[in-house]
Design a protein around this ligand. Structure first.
Ligand SMILES: Nc1nc2c(ncn2[C@@H]2O[C@H](COP(=O)(O)OP(=O)(O)OP(=O)(O)O)[C@@H](O)[C@H]2O)c(=O)[nH]1
Ligand SMILES: [Mg+2]
Length: 444
């Protein structure tokens, strides 16, 4: 298990009243924290469990798309160590304000959960604190929403002090608005009513204060860590900085390993990388720093983006972005969109960018076409996706950014990728050091 930080903990909380209250509340909020230690946030606790998935798409969403989204949610669940036993879908214009799904669907889920002994229900969206509370009361199993699942995976992956502090901050920020609901629920069990102001009210206030203090403490700690890494980054001097960005699981770390001949953890799981890794690379005598970064995902909780500010600084401060796309994925165009939007959110969208389409070995032109290809004038008699050549032509024509198609796994077109990166890096390098003569000096 990952090493734990000793970052303040209890003595920081000033809580003298019923010890463990906040922890038990945290536990109820999906048990995102490790058992038995208030500071241990780095162990996933949803392991070896079974879950059903629930999606509430709007009425216009195509069935295939809904299933693709659920495939992604199932992949997230699997990454967190949870086995998915069933999927429930309810088309609604708007999710139910009280229980997210309608009454009938809730009964259906309840019957299945009770009958099958499933221990968790995972929703593909974020639930409001009251929805969470109501669902918990109705279904009597652990309720997990999309944010919590992602935070949980991040928690199990974060290794560096910064990443771990960032995750802990995200966890407490998730917890804070949910404290009320949890305690109201407990009050009810004690016989008090929701409207009744009992001792529970003060307890909530104290718990909120404890959590807020912890959030402030973690923010301060992140500021310090930020200062340190800023100094570290400054010491890298004017070396050109390149960042690999992209949707999760597209092959960023695999490409990093290929280019830097290093050994960054790559795995067929979502969010294999949560910490960013930086490697120095020299191509054609031009040095540059390449960083591998955390992958993006649709509906990434904004809170999580915010708390991952330090990690995202690697992207924000890069001179060049390499946007890696998994072309074999049925929704790759939407994934590209998510990445571009996230880059906008973190104010890194204006940087020069190379587009790398990876996993061409896995691309099947005869796989079912996704709705986004409808405008590509493909022969109607052939209800298939475009060929790689067609895609290449389309993207070359459509974008100003350079485009390359590779397979990191099969080492296809890697020399071309190297050449493309070298060309762009040298251009930036030459602009920065007009007097630089390759082979004579290597600036650090
Ligand atoms: N078929 C195929 N698989 C690949 C290719 N490149 C990477 N993979 C696989 O895709 C999976 C994800 O690769 P990673 O390098 O971990 O992806 P990542 O983008 O770093 O993922 P996160 O860190 O989770 O965001 C791994 O199982 C890789 O072996 C490729 O060109 N073809
Ligand atoms: Mg990775």
């Amino acid at each position: 298990m990952a090493k734990k930080t000793n970052s303040g903990g209890r003595q920081h909380t000033n809580s003298t009243r019923h010890p463990g209250a906040v922890d038990s509340a945290k536990g109820r909020a999906g048990r995102i924290l490790a058992k038995g230690n208030k500071d241990a946030t780095y162990e996933t606790s949803v392991e070896a469990e079974t879950a059903v998935l629930v999606a509430v798409p709007d009425k216009r969403q195509a069935d295939a798309r809904t299933q693709e989204y659920l495939d992604e949610l199932a992949f997230l669940a699997e990454t967190a160590g949870v086995t998915v036993t069933k999927r429930f879908v309810q088309r609604l214009d708007k999710p139910d304000i009280r229980t997210f799904v309608g009454e009938g669907k809730l009964e259906e889920i309840k019957a299945y959960v009770q009958h099958s002994g499933t221990s968790m229900v995972i929703f593909d969206d974020d639930l409001s604190p009251s929805q969470l509370r109501n669902l918990e009361a109705e279904l009597k199993v652990k309720i997990v929403d999309r944010s919590l699942l992602i935070i949980d995976i991040f928690a199990s992956r974060a290794k560096s002090a910064t990443a771990r502090t960032q995750v802990e901050l995200a966890q407490y920020q998730y917890l804070l608005p949910r404290l009320t609901g949890l305690w109201t629920h407990l009050d009810k069990q004690r016989g008090g009513g929701v409207s009744q102001r009992g001792p529970g009210e003060t307890e909530i206030e104290t718990d909120r204060r404890v959590v807020r203090e912890r959030i402030d403490f973690l923010k301060e700690k992140l500021k310090d860590l930020d200062k340190q890494s800023h100094t570290q980054r400054k010491s890298r001097g004017g070396v050109v900085r390149v960042a690999l960005v992209g949707y999760t699981n597209v092959g960023k770390s695999t490409i990093m390993n290929l280019l830097s001949r290093s050994d960054v953890f790559a795995e067929n799981k979502l969010f294999a990388t949560v910490d960013s890794t930086v490697r120095k690379i020299v191509f054609d005598n031009i040095p540059f720093l390449l960083s591998d970064t955390v992958g993006f995902i649709r509906k990434l909780p904004t809170r999580l983006i915010e708390s991952f500010k330090s990690t995202l600084d690697e992207i924000r401060e890069a001179d060049l972005l390499i946007h890696v796309v998994d072309i074999s994925h049925p929704t790759f165009e939407e994934q590209m969109e998510v990445v571009n939007e996230t880059l906008k959110d973190i104010e890194a969208a204006d940087k020069p960018m190379l587009l790398v389409f990876n996993k061409i070995d896995q691309y099947r032109a005869d796989a079912p076409a996704s709705p986004e290809f409808e405008d590509m004038n493909i022969d109607e008699d052939e209800p298939v996706r475009p060929t790689l050549e067609q895609l290449q032509d389309t993207y070359m024509a459509k974008l100003h950014d350079p485009v390359i198609f590779i397979s990191a796994q099969e080492r296809e077109n890697i020399d071309e990728l190297r050449a493309l990166i070298t060309r762009h890096v040298s251009k930036i390098h030459m602009e920065r050091y007009p007097n630089f003569i390759p082979g004579f000096s290597v600036e650090e």
